[in-house]
Design a protein. Structure first.
Lengths: 412, 429
């Protein structure tokens, strides 16, 4: 149970405050409701590149990091397909410094051309380091366009290609900023040992005069679920074959979301799960295997990923996975399995909420989904799920097309 | 709305004055192992950690320490490997084994209500592992495959290349290859476990909720098992002071590691040494990060860290850069080190780094589990309760002159060990 207070400023900025007496640090988390899905297909990777530019100075402050570090603070940010999240932690006595910096870059950015040039290079190195110079690093660059034909989830947050990063212009930066970076499109969450009324007053002072902005309703075309299988083979210089299978599932707000999540846990979360026990421990087809869901706001993916044992062919590995899925479609999971995965969801939530910053991030996330109070009721969606519901999801998946990606060794 | 704020002026900054250090007095003892406690009834979770002198520095064969640690959960007492994962997963609990160069630790994290089910499993794993044959073969097969994948990554190849050059024949060198799995047997694991995982050399940390219950359960389930533990001597530590290039065909980026010996937290130069490292590469605003990422755009990240081992300390600067930036990056690293040795740091930069460092110290007190982790560091490195409050005070008194002195004394390019792994590298200088 996380206690919080929620306020909405006149300009539309949502403020959530969590009082945490157990820390000398205050966490300031700012979530902007914009992610890679809001990019146009010919300018991908932009939301993330833009995140880097948020540190290159704002209207009244030449540099974001310096003044924050001087106040004993640290910060970072991440972008995903749905949203962009910035966070600052610093000694609670210096809250004003964080609010000053965050509110100024919400008011207006510096738009420094040098900043754009350097961050373009930094992001290209990030692209290379994380996606191109790692074994299997290009997985999502290849799998996304197979799974999504019309929805903007078809590209990864880093972008479709380095060329898109190279082509971004200052004009694009400005347009993106004015469309998405405004109070009405942001959720500010503050967690620390400070009085909520005090925080509200400080936030009003720093953010109150920022113009509201237009908000940004996003509505993207849904994928048509069909039964068409697709398979792509990537020949790479990798030591081991790998197999990834993806199916379209529901969106985050659908009740089926919880059912698919539990199905993925029964199938492939942890060493006691069916896929691991049967296919790694007993049959030794894989050296690693897991099932998970992507958890995106719009239609997500249900994914099974495995690393093949030496000498095992892709066809055999694929059939072994499909057999386990079939078993769950034929017969529901046992009560013990169902209790296990529900327990796990509860424990994982508690584990994800140690420390004020993670609480602040989770509060922002639930508010973005539509209602912050859901953070204390999230388990209800899971409790309702029956063994037959899980079985039904397995049945549904079996009728849906499989998007399959095989890594094959380049040299035999 | 209230009075308008002046956005052109930075708000006043408060200095960090106080740190509330958790008590180092053992709360209790179990068969010779001191138990330290950081209690917080508002938490839903309980964490129990046992630390043993069973790190990689103590192993007689490559991969022995990590194999022993990983095999603990593959069958213990009456529990089979599958039962261990089944029970663990059923309660959504974590039992994690971790291995460092000096120490190995086993940690249980679970909802407080599940302690009664999880503690007996934890103690069986620690004290009565069965090391079954079939599971060991499976472990080797899986881990070998994983290692082969890791050895395709430039940062891992570089880590090993650096370790070989820097640690040489000393006990801290990381020397292993996938074939080493074929050279260790179950008897080696059993002997290593029997000698190192003993309560008379362990430390126990309990944090979060239901501490008393956790303690009682541990007392009921842990059996006395003392042994005479010898820790290995450090061996021949004589870093190769040269640049070594390892070719990785087709790599798009080079991994770079630059390292040199450092000093321990007990050394009188340590506060200035710590600040000097922070200025060079210890935070986002550091000179290396500003120059090589934020001005030149050669990398996604670069950093310099101080590593404290039981018998020695060392500094490593590490990064990954586009192949064509390899040589220029090395040049810039040297440039920044020389700047630190030659030119006094401005008051502005000194103030910023001191405040930043104080804030980072304070971050160790952020929540119960961070405080427990700080307590562990202090006890393992034998730092007195007064250590951090005094360190905080000393930080504020470090002068630009002190930085020059420590930079000249310790940050010496003639003592650098450099490892580079990538597709190509030409040393222009």
């Amino acid at each position: 149970m996380i206690e919080f207070e929620k306020f909405v400023l006149d300009n539309g900025l949502t403020l959530i405050v969590h009082k945490d007496k157990n820390t000398p640090i205050v966490s300031v988390n700012t979530l902007y409701k914009v992610g890679a899905r809001d990019e146009s297909p010919d300018k991908t990777g932009f939301a993330h590149l833009f995140e880097h530019l948020m540190f290159s100075g704002s209207k009244n402050i030449a540099d974001f990091d310096g003044p924050l570090q001087r106040a004993g603070g640290q910060n970072n940010a991440f972008t995903n397909n749905d949203f962009t999240n910035y966070y600052v932690t610093l000694p609670k006595e210096n809250l004003d410094t964080a609010l000053w910096l965050e509110s100024d870059r919400m008011l207006d950015l510096g738009f420094s051309p040098e900043g754009l040039e350097v961050q373009r290079k930094v992001v290209i190195e990030e692209f290379t380091q994380r996606y191109l110079n790692q074994p299997y690093g290009d997985l999502w660059l290849s799998l996304r366009p197979m799974a999504y034909k019309v929805h903007p989830y078809q590209w990864a947050t880093i972008g479709k290609s380095i060329a898109h990063i190279e082509e971004a212009t200052m004009e694009d930066v400005k347009r993106f900023y004015s469309r998405y970076y405004s109070p009405s499109n942001a959720i500010l969450t503050i967690a620390g040992d400070l009085d909520p009324d005090f925080i509200l007053d400080r936030v009003n002072r720093w953010y109150g005069d920022i113009p509201s902005g237009n908000g940004s309703a996003s509505n993207y075309p849904g994928e048509v679920i069909d039964s068409k299988n697709e398979c792509e083979i990537l020949k790479r210089d990798v030591p081991q074959r790998a197999l990834h299978m993806a199916w379209l599932m529901s969106d985050r707000k659908d009740e089926d979301y919880y059912k698919f999540d539990l199905l993925s846990d029964v199938l492939g979360n942890g060493k006691s799960s069916r896929l691991y026990y049967k296919l790694v421990t007993e049959r030794e087809i894989f050296t690693q295997v897991s099932a998970f869901i992507t958890g995106s706001i719009d239609q997500g993916l249900f994914v099974v990923s495995g690393m093949l044992s030496e000498g095992v062919e892709h066809q055999e590995a694929r059939e072994a996975i499909l057999l386990e899925l079939k078993n769950l479609a034929d017969e529901p999971p046992t009560q013990r399995e169902l209790t296990k995965v529900k327990n796990k969801v509860l424990a994982q939530k508690a584990l994800s909420e140690t420390g004020a910053l993670s609480k602040a991030m989770n509060l922002s996330y639930y508010e973005m989904l539509g209602d912050v109070s859901a953070i204390n009721h999230f388990q209800e969606g899971y409790q309702k799920v029956s063994a037959e519901d899980v079985q039904l999801m397995a049945k549904q998946l079996r009728k849906r097309g499989i998007k399959e990606l095989r890594y094959e060794r380049q040299n035999g | 709305m209230s009075a308008k704020m002046d956005r052109t002026i930075a708000p006043r900054i408060e200095k960090v004055r106080e740190l509330s250090i958790p008590s180092q007095k053992p709360f209790d003892h179990i068969h010779g192992a001191p138990v330290f406690v950081v209690e917080d009834e508002t938490e839903e979770l309980t964490k129990i950690e046992l630390v043993f002198p069973a790190g990689t520095g103590e192993e007689s064969l490559p991969l022995l320490a990590t194999s022993t640690s990983s095999m603990l959960t593959e069958g213990a007492g009456d529990f089979s490997s599958h039962e261990i994962s089944e029970i663990k997963d059923f309660y959504g609990a974590k039992i994690q084994a971790g291995v460092g160069k000096d120490m190995a630790s086993i940690t249980l994290v679970c909802l407080k209500a599940h302690l009664i089910h999880m503690v007996p499993l934890l103690t069986a794993v620690i004290q009565s592992p069965n090391f079954p044959e079939k599971e060991f073969e499976s472990y080797k097969r899986r881990t070998k495959a994983q290692l082969k994948v890791n050895l395709e990554r430039v940062e891992i190849i570089c880590r090993l290349a650096f370790s070989k050059q820097f640690f040489g024949e000393s006990k801290y060198a990381e020397r292993y290859s996938p074939d080493d799995f074929d050279k260790i047997g179950l008897d080696d694991l059993k002997a290593f476990h029997a000698e190192k995982y003993r309560l008379n050399v362990a430390k126990i940390f309990i944090s979060g909720a239901s501490v008393s219950e956790a303690l009682l359960l541990l007392k009921q389930n842990l059996k006395a098992n003392n042994s005479l533990v010898h820790t290995q001597p450090i061996g021949d530590f004589n870093p190769a002071r040269k640049t070594n290039f390892v070719k990785k065909e087709g790599a798009l980026q080079s991994a770079i590691r630059v390292g040199f010996p450092g000093i321990s937290r007990h050394h009188e130069d340590y506060p200035a040494f710590y600040i000097a490292n922070t200025i060079l590469g210890g935070y986002f605003g550091s000179r290396l990060m500003q120059n090589i990422r934020e001005e030149k755009g050669y990398t996604y990240g670069i950093g310099s860290s101080i590593n404290q081992l039981k018998d020695l300390a060392y500094v490593v600067i590490s990064t990954q850069v586009g192949t064509e930036h390899t040589s220029p990056t090395l040049k810039e690293i040297l440039h920044e080190v020389n700047q630190l040795r030659m030119e006094a740091v401005t008051t502005e930069e000194m103030d910023l780094v001191k405040n930043y460092t104080a804030g980072s110290l304070l971050r160790n007190f952020d929540g119960t589990f961070n405080r427990a982790s700080l307590l562990k560091t202090m006890l393992i490195h034998e730092l007195p309760e007064s250590y951090y409050p005094e360190f905080l005070k000393k930080i504020y008194t470090v002068s630009a002159e002190d930085i020059l002195k420590v930079a000249q004394k310790y940050f010496d390019p003639d003592k650098f060990t450099v490892a580079i792994v990538g597709d190509s590298f030409t040393d222009n200088d």
